[in-house]
Write a protein that binds this ligand. Sequence first.
Ligand code: GPP
Ligand code: MG
Length: 292
Amino acid sequence: MTTAHDARPTTAPVPTQSTYQNRVADYWNTEENPVNLELGRIDDLYHHHYGIGEADRSVLDEADSALRRELVTAELHRLEHAQAELLAARLGPLAPSDRVFDAGCGRGGGSVVAHLRYGCHADGVTISAKQAEFAGEQARKRGIADKVRYHHRNMLDTGLPTGAYAASWNNESTMYVELDLLFAEHARLLRRGGRYVVITGCYNDTYGQASREVSLINAHYICDIHPRSAYFRALARNRLVPVHVEDLTEAALPYWELRSRAEHLVTGIEETFLSAYRNGSFQYLLIAADRV
Ligand code: GPP
Ligand code: MG
């Protein structure tokens, strides 16, 4: 029997995660690049971002090939760690009782760096179940799992408590999401006066639109690099007021030059990054903003 009730239009079930997000999660659930795992193994700080600062290129002169590889790996890790410390320094001052939020935490290195610097509590969120599990295991091994926690969640909709965070950040993860949705979530999580920091690769508005190299980087990582202008518009719309902006493009070059020579670690994207930075179409940027 058909009733009037049955005749109502039905709504298709909304998936909790978009097809795009599933594809991104698949990438990170299967990613095992030596450039991430071999660097991380050095001191159990697993980063998913690039490095900054002057590189010691003399590591390439080592005649013994096994030792040369080891030295190059350590030098790249040193540069990535310097990048993580630069970001962490902008989060503070923070007290051990403060909570921080790491949006797109990868295998967890950034939250550990923040915790070691400030003694603070950290919540890292990643769309990859495998990364969340890996990061959690690292925190347990370090004996800091009571203060540093990782969650398999969406950074746009974390379910974490409103206004509970003194600082939050994205370290090279904003290119996977819509900035307005992301910054609305940061603004919700941060307490008034809280600090937000982002390090990102963005395309340069003065170049025009996305260059061939920027498009190749998007295809390589399945991401969608935003223009520089989009960051400032979206921050302003979401109660986040920039207090410091730093162009790190020059400082990013030595890392890529060394990585391109690291035959045991290259992934194939190295020359594209170098061209993108050198032709002016792509910039490496740090923005720190206050939540008002
Ligand atoms: C590095 O992660 C960052 C990203 C994948 C996001 C894209 C970043 C831009 C600046 C465009 P990773 O450390 O896992 O990458 P890789 O395996 O290449 O080292
Ligand atoms: Mg890496």
